[in-house]
Design a protein around this ligand. Sequence first.
Ligand SMILES: Cc1cc2nc3c(=O)[nH]c(=O)nc-3n(C[C@H](O)[C@H](O)[C@H](O)COP(=O)(O)OP(=O)(O)OC[C@H]3O[C@@H](n4cnc5c(N)ncnc54)[C@H](O)[C@@H]3O)c2cc1C
Length: 232
Amino acid sequence: MDFETTVTESIQRTRNIISVRFAKPEGFEYLPGQYIFISIGRGDAELRKPLSISCSPTEGFLEVTKRLTGHPFSNALALLKEGDKVKFKGPLGYFTFLGEYKKIGMLSGGIGITPLRSMIKYIIDKMLDTDVVLFYSNSYEDDIAFEKEFEDLEKKSPKLIIVSTVTRPGPSWTGITGRISADMIKTHLPDYKDRVFYVSGPTKMVDSSLNLLKEMNVLEAQIKKESFTGYD
Ligand SMILES: Cc1cc2nc3c(=O)[nH]c(=O)nc-3n(C[C@H](O)[C@H](O)[C@H](O)COP(=O)(O)OP(=O)(O)OC[C@H]3O[C@@H](n4cnc5c(N)ncnc54)[C@H](O)[C@@H]3O)c2cc1C
């Protein structure tokens, strides 16, 4: 389905990640984890990209969150102001969660957090009886989008654990370091074999995570993935 909507707000999440909020058009319904194709500009100047919806259907707005790359679509998104109009197509995708499983593990690299943020917010707002452990890997501590919000959600829900790791930590980072590894998963998620995994991020991160889970003998049928092609 095609929709047109209006920008309501732009939020700087980190030094190079922004969220843009839109009015949720009447008749637009989506599932946590789905994405849309956003078009900015018109005619020959139209720029179009797929972006996951980073808000939850329990929230009254529509939000996407983008890593700024300095490329044309990124720049156009960053320039959007309250009242500007954009077109979008959707919802699309099967990387969704509505409470089907009681225990899930999530692996996210960088901006791949967006569909998972939608699912986590949905689980908490709907008070679903789902136990979630999110492994959230970023290059630098300054890159961690939704960091404060996740801390607050973790305090609110005993069923949510966030394992945040940084691969290139600065001197002030006191948390976990390094890529998501088998040891890290086994330490924080001893019952990993009983879980369904949601893996999301740039293609290389998703592929290496799938290999890791395979090496840990997690069945393919227990893994769902969203690859952000376009960052390779
Ligand atoms: C289902 C799905 C969901 C997605 N959800 C999100 C999301 O929620 N948030 C998000 O940020 N992205 C998401 N993406 C990725 C998004 O669609 C874009 O592909 C991505 O953001 C890059 O777009 P861009 O216009 O900024 O950069 P592009 O111009 O498309 O460039 C992509 C990257 O390639 C490199 N590059 C491009 N051209 C060159 C060149 N000539 N030489 C060298 N390097 C080059 C740049 O470093 C850049 O980082 C999603 C993708 C899919 C498929």
